[in-house]
Ligand binder design. Sequence first.
Ligand code: COA
Length: 152
Amino acid sequence: MTGPFSVRPLAVADLAELASASAEALADWSAEQLARELERANGWQFVVEARGRAVGFVCGQSVVDEAEILQLGVVKGARRHGVASLLLEYCLGFLAARGINRCFLELRRANRAAEHLYLKYGFRRVGLRKNYYATPVEDAIIMEKVTEGNIS
Ligand SMILES: CC(C)(COP(=O)(O)OP(=O)(O)OC[C@H]1O[C@@H](n2cnc3c(N)ncnc32)[C@H](O)[C@@H]1OP(=O)(O)O)[C@@H](O)C(=O)NCCC(=O)NCCS
């Protein structure tokens, strides 16, 4: 699926779409897990929409001047069209506007697509957590983006 794409806050109505078996946007997550994000203190969640359908999402949390991207995913049929880029640019702009200058995240070591995405946007590897993920067991790479003023 191609654009036009637009960004808006995640809504409960998006959960089924993102969690459908064919979408594969939630990666390791369940719809229930994503629904709980809507209740998270200091949490933020955005979706990219194309022709009335949610095709990708990002969620995270901010505490004081630090943020964490908790999950980001794009439905299979919409990948490689810049949806993740749009989500990342949007949430980095959202954080910058709040004076947040440090953002980190964890991802599976074998997830080369996601690692390339984050490297492209200035994140750097800062650590490794052995056997962090289950089913399948896999190491986590920790990545971080820090800027002097803010993260935009
Ligand atoms: C990783 C993922 C979010 C990328 O989404 P996307 O919308 O296809 O990404 P974009 O089209 O915006 O691509 C932006 C950049 O990401 C990287 N990238 C995306 N897909 C890639 C792939 N399959 N292989 C290598 N690099 C890839 C590239 O650097 C790309 O830039 P380029 O187009 O200039 O080469 C998507 O594949 C996905 O949802 N995967 C499953 C969930 C997941 O792994 N989430 C990350 C957990 S933190």
